[in-house]
Design a protein around this ligand. Structure first.
Ligand code: AMP
Ligand code: GLY
Length: 421
């Protein structure tokens, strides 16, 4: 098959590597891709939101199967566009991608179908939100309704912080129209776990668990980022937690979406908090996590195209997902200053030592310069990943692998997976 992957980060690199190993793949394209993806796919300079150009390209190259990695095009209805053009596409349609694109929608869905999550209220008017906050319990969580690059969540310790947050989100519109509605949510405490799943709209199959490190600095300090590293599996995701979630969260979510006339086909990412009262949903995403995909996909034994096609064809029940009995750790090498401000354009060396079987160098923000050298081109630059017999072994191998890579202004956390290894 001719396959097109849409996106250009570390997650799409992990997807492209898996697709390149599939027995179904004859020719693989990625739009827009990046300098690392270029080693496994032909990169096409079309942006993920340029739907008409993407459809035209897909028709021109006789694409048999398209895979959408990113949330923005999914929320914008790229799957509907591709399907209208007769192209088989993996990912939720616009009316299902709302599961991630609107926090108010997902909270209302969970409430209606008794799926465990934090208590909340939704506000359209900043004055009403501030009035509510006067008598609320702190800390409290404010969430811009729409997509905000993972930055639309504010944890506020007192009324002043919260009132300021309402102003920033709803009046200054820091996150644009994402702030037209505001969800105010009870603060929960516990361990966080990321669970990725495949679903065909009826059947849901769970992948191995993972854990992200969202803060910029060691010890979970500093500003929130897109993710500074991950490991898989999570030792906190026990059989007991799995049983609970299978009974109360996963299938219920898929059934709820189907009942609402929004059948979900693709990947549902469950952001879970393991609270004292049991697992609760923090958030849903409608795609693989980044950098969760970088530790989960290398451990998956299945041919990824088999699984994705089964989702689109509505026969996921025939598939048995299988994962290696090992662990993986991904350490993000970033540009110093990320996520606030940073310089780009520095040459990177050291790619030769990765075998793409046990050690992987997934590119997140890289590009080719005029001479064809690979240079830094983003805040998160690389996701250096290694598999090992257990977390301790994988962690040691991942950090050892980072020593092969060199670029100016590089920064990484030194404690990815440390508490658990
Ligand atoms: P989200 O984008 O919804 O995943 O939120 C980003 C991060 O904010 C989560 O990974 C949590 O660390 C934190 N967070 C979100 N909602 C809550 C909550 N209700 N209680 C505590 N922390 C939260
Ligand atoms: N790593 C979190 C996310 O992909 O949303």
């Amino acid at each position: 098959m001719n396959i097109l992957v849409v996106g250009g980060g570390g997650r799409e690199h992990a997807i492209c590597l898996a697709v390149s190993k599939s027995r179904h793949t004859d020719k693989l394209y990625c739009a827009p891709g990046n300098a690392g993806i270029a080693s496994v796919a032909e990169c096409v300079p079309i942006g993920a939101m340029e739907f008409d150009s993407l459809v035209e390209f897909a028709k021109d190259k006789a694409i048999d199967f398209a895979i959408i990695g990113m949330d923005d095009p999914l929320a914008g209805g790229i799957v509907d566009k591709f399907e209208q053009a007769g192209i088989k596409t993996f990912g939720p349609r616009k009316n299902a991608a709302i599961l991630e694109a609107s926090k108010a929608f997902s909270k209302d869905l969970m409430k209606k179908y008794s799926i465990p999550t934090a208590d909340y209220n939704t506000f359209f008017d900043p004055k009403e939100a501030v009035d509510y906050l006067k008598t609320a319990r702190y800390p409290i969580v404010l969430k811009a309704d729409g997509l905000a690059l993972g930055k639309g969540v504010l944890i506020c310790n007192d009324f002043e912080q919260a009132a300021d947050g309402v102003r920033v989100i709803m009046e200054d519109k820091k996150f644009g129209d994402a702030g037209n509605k505001l969800v105010i949510e009870e603060f929960m405490t516990g361990r966080e776990v990321s669970v990725l799943s495949f679903t065909d709209g009826r059947t849901i199959k769970i992948m191995s668990s993972a854990q992200d490190h969202k803060r910029a600095y060691d010890g979970d300090k500093g500003p929130n980022t897109g993710g500074m590293g991950t490991f898989s599996p999570s030792p906190w995701y026990t059989d007991e937690v799995d049983d609970f979630c299978k009974k109360n969260i996963y299938q219920k979510t898929v059934d709820a979406m189907a009942k609402e006339g929004r059948p979900f086909v693709g990947v549902i990412f469950f952001g879970l908090m393991l609270t004292e009262d049991g697992p609760k949903v923090l958030e849903y995403n409608c795609r693989f996590g980044d950098p969760e995909a970088q530790v989960v996909l290398p451990r998956m034994k299945n041919d990824i195209v088999d699984v994705m096609e089964a989702c689109v064809d509505g026969r996921l029940s025939e598939i048995e997902l299988e994962f290696e009995d090992n662990a993986a750790v991904c350490v993000v090498m970033a540009s110093d200053g990320y996520p606030v401000s940073y310089e780009k354009g520095f040459p990177i060396t050291g790619f030769d030592s990765f075998d793409n079987e046990n050690t992987f160098c997934f590119h997140a923000g890289t590009a080719f310069d005029k001479e064809g050298n690979i240079v830094t081109a983003g805040g998160r630059v690389l996701g250096v990943t290694a598999k090992g017999s257990d977390l301790t072994d994988a962690r040691r191998r991942a950090y050892e692998a980072t020593e092969n890579i060199s670029f100016a202004n590089s920064y990484m956390r030194n404690d990815i997976g440390k508490d658990f290894a």
